[in-house]
Design a protein around this ligand. Structure first.
Ligand SMILES: *Cc1c(COP(=O)(O)O)cnc(C)c1O
Length: 371
């Protein structure tokens, strides 16, 4: 049996007619950059997130970059974030000349540990970027409280968490900005790169709109310096179609997670501590990834790979130990929980179309390896 980590072909089979029609419409119109399809997508995402403004951009990375740019964050500024995330969370900060400051994670959720944030705040700190890793929101209440007390901007990296909820609120609408990615492997993926920034604030929305088109308004009059961070109409059309299916897909991901939990429990893997399951602490975990912790992780990876089971490590090297950030002066031991997670985490196939037999096979092979 083959169990890929993600099966986008299976997903396409279920929505082919809708996608093909939407794509054809864009070709008929020959309107490829921004335009009505992008507006429609922005309105649909804003509604889905329960917020007033959504600005389509070229990627999740550019969503983060443009939010930081809108706040004028740059040289001399510090931005607090987690080292246990995809590179672009901190890469965007560095590209603007600002300094990422890493705060270790809560080992239960893999999200930034709010209790460790305050010790890292300096007079140069401008913003906090919590990441809602794997589809579960960070513990936002204390983060927002700290931000308010220190007058900091909160930019939610919700690239893996569209539709996730915390205390009844959707990901992206708790901070000043929420950033989404439509990279194809995200829960809501485009047919290429794409992203979105959401905000409650009309002035911020207006600035984002300008920044994504070289800071111009009206056209060819540039009051600020932006870039080309525009969302394509084709990507917007695909995302708008897929958004209609997102809640059904999320429900299946959640059902798959529960199935794995039950299978691991039945196999006695929880009691004996050989597998640690994902801990759900927020209201709505959307399971962009189902990540377990295991000892001898790398040997297990090979075992699964040889048996046709896709798996991945998100992420093998925490950002504070990445070569390109050596100048920031971090060392092994500075963020121990992130370093431990990097050794132990393993993402298993959780995509909506995963069958019961496939899930059973995955667990059987893990049990077989452990025994
Ligand atoms: C995917 C991702 C991004 C970047 O999104 P792209 O669309 O690939 O640029 C940023 N942060 C996190 C946590 C992500 O998972």
């Amino acid at each position: 049996m083959q169990v890929p980590l993600l099966d986008l072909k299976a997903q396409y089979q279920t929505i082919r007619a809708e996608i093909d029609a939407a794509v054809a419409e864009v070709f008929e119109s020959q309107y490829f950059i921004l335009g009505p399809k992008v507006k429609e997508c922005e309105a649909a995402i804003a509604k889905y997130c329960g917020i007033d403004h959504a600005i389509g951009v070229s990627s999740g990375t550019d969503a983060l970059l443009i939010a930081l740019m809108a706040e004028g964050i740059g040289a001399g500024d510090e931005v607090i974030t987690t080292p246990y995330t995809f590179f672009s969370t901190a890469g965007s900060v560095s590209r603007l000349g600002a300094k990422p400051v890493f705060v270790d994670i809560d080992p239960k959720t893999f999200n930034i540990d709010p209790a460790l944030i305050e010790a890292k705040i300096t007079p140069r700190t401008r913003a906090i970027i919590p990441v809602h890793l794997y589809g579960q929101m960070a513990d936002m209440a204390p983060i927002l409280e700290i931000a308010k007390r220190h007058n900091l901007i909160v930019i939610e990296d919700a690239a893996q968490a569209i539709g996730a909820e915390y205390q009844g609120q959707r990901a992206g609408n708790l901070g000043e900005y929420g950033c989404f990615s439509f990279f194809p492997s995200k829960n809501l993926g485009a047919a290429g790169d794409g992203g979105m920034v959401i905000t409650k604030d009309a002035d911020r929305a207006e600035k984002l709109d300008r920044l994504r088109a070289h800071g111009s308004k009206p056209k060819y009059y540039h009051s600020i310096i932006g870039g080309n961070f525009r969302l394509d109409a084709l990507q917007a059309a695909v995302v708008t179609v897929k958004l209609r299916h997102l809640d059904a897909w999320t429900a299946r991901r959640q059902a798959n997670a529960k199935r794995y939990n039950d299978l691991f429990a039945k196999a006695g893997m929880i009691e004996d501590g050989t597998v640690q399951l994902p801990q759900v602490t927020a209201d709505r975990h959307i399971f962009n990834q189902y990540v377990i912790r295991v000892p001898c992780r790398d040997a297990l990876r090979n075992h699964l790979k040889e048996r046709g089971i896709g798996n991945e490590v998100y992420y093998p090297v925490p950002l504070h130990l990445q070569e390109c950030f050596a100048n920031l002066g971090y060392h092994a031991g500075d963020c121990p929980e992130s370093e431990k997670a990097a050794q132990e985490t393993l993402a298993l196939p959780i995509y909506p179309e995963l069958t019961q037999d496939q899930a059973q096979y995955v667990v059987e092979e893990i049990v077989g390896f452990r025994r």
